[in-house]
Unconditional design. Structure first.
Length: 302
């Protein structure tokens, strides 16, 4: 691909994302940036720094901690917050379970990924957040392809695809009734490859999970899951060390690894360009049903 074209394309995507972030700052009273510790939310933090420089980011980062995170993710989160002089709010799924607000799943496919919706909606209400900036992209999954940049949520935090507003000429309407809020997705028009090329162009640091490294993993169905204290092996599941990396970073109970020798940005970009499987294809929770993501979106997950 022509290098000049790539740079012009990335420049346009960057300008669009920065414009949307500034719209959020201008239209909402209490926005927050949803931060998972993954590459997309890290890119959002980087873009926010550029959008409001030399001032600090004018809204906090909000992390919903499932309690089943990879240690590398949490270490990187704390390092990045310190580097960016950002404000971080952490709300824990374990607290929702202890309070009886959420019920932990059981069985071999158990994950906290679904019940984190309860913690997220509680956090938005508690902190009176009227706009949550997320790193969702339309290329990730068919349910996300329906999203607008400014995605309206009702008083229950639910998403109605038929009740979204037109966005002609990049004019965004953030008006909402008390108790309602918006999810805003500045990276909507980006692809996974765009994100990686932008990370390479900007020199954005990432957790080591994204690059090939030896790790103890086991096969579950079509996925490779990491050996962690949060997942119990089933009969016949043999743990072995392989060279893997993660295309997406989330709850360790449902985030699959891919076998890889891509240990540099250049080799990761080449691998992504040749891949025919979306990054959500390595998430166990998205394989529960064809409508798994859309069901969670309607419940307020994203």
């Amino acid at each position: 691909m022509n290098r000049t074209y790539v740079q012009d394309h990335l420049q346009q995507l960057e300008a669009e994302a920065i414009y949307i972030m500034r719209e959020v700052a201008g239209q909402f009273e209490r926005p927050a940036l949803l931060f998972s510790g993954g590459k997309d939310s890290i890119t959002l933090v980087w873009l926010a720094c550029k959008a409001f420089a030399p001032a600090r980011i004018p809204f906090p980062l909000l992390h919903i901690d499932t309690g089943h995170n990879f240690p590398e993710t949490l270490e990187f989160r704390d390092w990045l917050v310190a580097q960016m002089n950002a404000v971080l709010f952490v709300h824990r799924v374990q607290d929702s379970i202890d309070q009886g607000r959420a019920v932990e799943e059981s069985g071999p496919m158990a994950s906290r990924n679904a019940i984190q919706t309860i913690t997220l909606l509680d956090a938005l209400r508690e902190r009176k957040i009227d706009c949550a900036i997320g790193g969702g992209r339309r290329d990730e999954e068919k349910a996300r392809a329906k999203e607008r940049f400014f995605s309206h949520r009702d008083a229950f935090g639910q998403w109605d695809p038929k009740n979204q507003r037109p966005e002609l000429w990049h004019l965004f309407n953030g008006q909402h009734a008390p108790g309602e809020h918006f999810r805003v997705f500045p990276l909507s028009n980006w692809t996974e490859l765009d994100v990686w090329q932008y990370i390479a162009r900007e020199g954005i640091p990432l957790p080591s999970l994204y690059f090939a490294h030896p790790r103890r993993v086991f096969q579950r169905g079509a996925l490779l899951l990491a050996e962690t204290p949060y997942v119990k092996n089933l009969d016949g599941e043999r743990v072995e060390e392989r060279h893997v990396r993660f295309r997406t970073v989330g709850d360790a109970t449902c985030t699959g690894a891919v076998e890889s020798r891509a240990a540099t940005l250049e080799s990761v970009i080449q691998e992504i360009a040749a891949s025919r499987i979306t990054e959500r294809g390595v998430r166990l929770d998205d394989q529960r049903s064809e409508a798994a993501m859309e069901d969670r979106k309607r419940q307020g997950y994203f």
